[in-house]
Each structure stands twice: as structure tokens, then as C-alpha cells.
Ligand binder design. Structure first.
Ligand SMILES: *Cc1c(COP(=O)(O)O)cnc(C)c1O
Length: 379
């Protein structure tokens, strides 16, 4: 079955008790037992809840994995995925990863004895050079945030296998509609379901998907023990989002492609970062490992931060906000917003310059968005 059919049907059969076409919101903390000796599938909602179970099954299917786990946020999912590590282990991560993942590695994992080396996101060799005898995990985000750099999932999966280490991919930007890392030999996929999977800027959530039962058991055990689980309503909202993922992603992409081309030709723009442009240094890799290029567009303005400030002051349809992946278009300054918590030196190392603007292209009419951008870019 094709992606959109799975997204609508699998893991979400009509409710066996009532025939309800949507999975009910099982708003309950606990479940009555038949007897002292018999514990049914569900007994306490931290450990398992039917609405969450439907979401977890659906997430696994869409990533073409065997096991899905849902979390209260993307960072909770990241923290959960890192439970495959123990003190003394080492991570090699891409440079251009989500600021919150960097914060987890540096502020939470480091004090517990797990260290991280950051390396050029685009170069498989640089990940290889970062590997030490203690390395247990390669962590990548592709396309990355905010520079939309790609890492070669297949090549890194091969490298990881040869070295007996694991490859985890944060697949938030591409979504499983455009990229399925497990099919390209990754071991673990992580999502912020807050973004495209939820798709409507109305819920915070995260997910981990794997096909390895030992990894799944470790992370599931952590989920039950540490408890950063999403409530049933949040699971329901994300399930609803999944059903329209394909049509939303196609539309996000068509508009992103149109606007990226316009920006590339605009005299105020120094450079556009979008994997769908032939000028993107990894456009060929994008065509190989993705079936579409996504809805995120980053660009650099020639006149630095003052030009960014002017643009943001004049723009009307794009909402100035963090986050991405919703129906409404958002605009942000990575240096002043999503990566504000990093030191200037760290931002410079990541090539996150002050003149960058990041767009999350929503589902408005592309020409309306173009007019808004053109008007705001007027000197
Ligand atoms: C937003 C985001 C996260 C964190 O997710 P939350 O749901 O905000 O906790 C992780 N990775 C990427 C790529 C993100 O965009």
C-alpha cells in the first residue's frame, strides 16, 4: 500500500467497540482490571494508552519501521533515543543540528559522562574522522537546521555498521513522506511531531522509530520509567495530522520551490539554501535520498542584520515565530531566535550568520506569499 493509504488506515481501524471511524480519545489515567491475576493490554496510561498506541503504530508504519514510540516533545524523544548510550560513550554529531539537541548533548549528557564531537554535517569523511574507540552513536539531522545541509544517510549507515555503532537521524525537516532513513540503513529515527507530522501548530510532541527490537525495548522501558509521554488528546491531534501529511508536504514543497527560485533571483539576497535548487551543493544527494525537498527555505541577505530587521518589520503574512511545519507561514532569524542560546563563537562555528532568514512555507497561496516577500524586501 502507498504512503497516504497507510497514513489514513493502518493502525487506525474503526473502533472495535463502537465503529467510530476516528480513534477515540481515551482520556483515562487507568483501566479497570478483571481480576487480581489478570493484567490486560492497558492498565495505566503512562505505560500504555489506546490512543497513543494507535499513534505509535501509525508512526512506525509511515517510517517503514517495526516499532514506534510517542513522547511529550521532540526533545523528550531525543533524550529517550540517547538511552542506548551509557557513561563513557561518545557521540559524533553534525554541526548544524537543532539547538535543543546541542543543549541536550552539552548540558544534560556531558555531566553524565557522554561526550560529543561535532563535525561538518555534509562530509561523511568528517564523521569518520570524529570516531574514537568510545564512539557508540552518529547523530545527524538531514536536512539540517537552519542551513538545510544534507548528510548522506546511506553512506553513514554503512560506516556505522562497519564500526559497530548506531546511526540516529532526526527526520523532522523532511518528514517520512519525503525521506525514510530506516530504509537507507539508519538504526533510529527521531521526530519532533510538533512540526510537519502534527502540521497545524497546535501540539507539542515527539517520536522515536526503530526496527531493532533490542533498541526498542531499551527506549520503551525508558518511556515507561521516565514518563515523558503525550496525553491522549495530543496523540489524537497528531494522528489527525498524519492523515493529510502527503497533501500538505506536496503543497509546502511546491510553494517552497517557487519562493526559493524567486529569492535566488532577487537582488537583495546573497544566497538561498534549499535542497531543491540545482545551486544547492548537495542537490544530487537530495534527489537520491529524498523524494521531495520539503517546505523550509533559508536565505542570506546582502545587507546583514539591518536588512533582516527591515524585512521582518515589513512582512505581513509570515508570522514572526519559532517552530515550523504548520499551515501558516513563519519567518525567523536563526541567530536571534532558534539559536539565540548559543555563544557567538558557537554560532560562528556553525556558520549561523546574522544575515540569515529562515522561512517555514505554509499552505497559503504561493503568489500571496511571494507578493508579501517581494514587498517586504523592497529597500
Ligand atoms: C523542534 C525540533 C526538535 C525539538 O522538538 P520539540 O517538539 O520542540 O521538543 C528537534 N529537532 C528538530 C529538527 C526540530 O525542529
Amino acid at each position: 500500500m502507498q504512503f497516504e493509504t497507510l497514513a489514513i488506515h493502518d493502525g487506525q481501524a474503526p473502533d472495535p467497540h463502537t465503529g467510530s471511524v476516528t480513534v477515540p480519545v481515551y482520556q483515562t489515567s487507568t483501566f479497570g482490571r478483571d481480576s487480581l491475576d489478570h493484567r490486560s493490554d492497558f492498565f495505566y496510561s503512562r505505560i500504555g494508552n489506546p490512543t497513543r498506541k494507535a499513534l505509535e503504530a501509525s508512526l512506525a508504519l509511515l517510517e517503514n519501521g517495526k516499532f514506534g514510540l510517542a513522547f511529550a516533545s521532540g526533545v523528550a524523544a531525543t533524550m529517550a533515543a540517547l538511552q542506548v548510550l551509557k557513561p563513557g560513550d561518545h557521540i559524533v554529531a553534525g554541526n548544524d543540528i537543532y539547538g535543543g539537541s546541542y543543549r541536550i548533548f552539552e548540558q544534560l549528557m556531558k555531566p553524565w559522562g557522554v561526550t560529543t564531537t561535532y563535525t561538518e554535517s555534509e562530509a561523511t569523511e568528517s564523521y569518520e574522522a570524529g570516531i574514537t574507540p568510545a564512539t557508540k552513536l552518529i547523530w545527524i539531522e538531514t536536512p539540517s537546521n537552519p542551513l538545510l545541509q544534507l548528510s548522506d544517510i546511506k553512506a553513514l549507515g554503512k560506516l556505522a555498521k562497519e564500526r559497530g555503532i548506531l546511526l540516529a537521524v532526526d527526520n523532522t525537516f523532511a518528514s517520512p513522506y519525503f525521506q525514510r532513513p530506516l530504509e537507507l540503513s539508519a538504526d533510529i529515527v527521531v521526530h519532533s511531531t510538533t512540526k510537519y507530522l502534527g502540521g497545524h501548530s497546535d501540539v507539542i510532541g515527539g517520536a522515536v522509530v526503530t526496527s531493532d527490537s533490542a533498541i526498542h525495548t531499551t527506549i520503551k522501558n525508558y518511556q515507561g520509567a521516565a514518563g515523558a509521554v503525550p496525553g491522549p488528546w495530543d496523540c489524537w491531534l497528531i494522528l489527525r495530522g498524519l492523515k493529510t501529511l502527503k497533501i500538505r508536504m506536496k503543497e509546502h514543497e511546491a510553494s517552497a520551490m517557487h519562493l526559493a527560485g524567486m529569492l535566488e533571483r532577487h537582488p537583495a539576497v546573497d544566497r538561498v539554501f534549499y535542497p531543491g535548487l540545482t545551486s544547492h551543493p548537495q542537490h544530487e544527494l537530495a534527489k537520491e535520498q529524498m523524494s521531495g525537498f520539503g517546505g523550509m527555505v533559508t536565505f542570506a541577505l546582502k545587507d546583514g542584520l539591518p536588512a533582516v530587521e527591515r524585512l521582518i518589520a515589513k512582512i505581513k503574512l509570515f508570522v514572526l515565530a519559532d517552530s515550523l511545519g504548520g499551515v501558516e507561514s513563519l519567518i525567523s532569524s536563526p541567530a536571534k531566535m532558534t539559536l539565540w542560546a548559543l555563544s557567538k563563537a558557537e554560532r560562528e562555528r556553525r556558520k549561523c550568520t546574522d544575515n540569515l532568514v529562515r522561512l517555514s512555507i505554509g499552505l497559503e497561496n504561493a503568489e500571496d506569499l511571494e507578493d508579501d516577500l517581494l514587498n517586504a524586501l523592497e529597500p
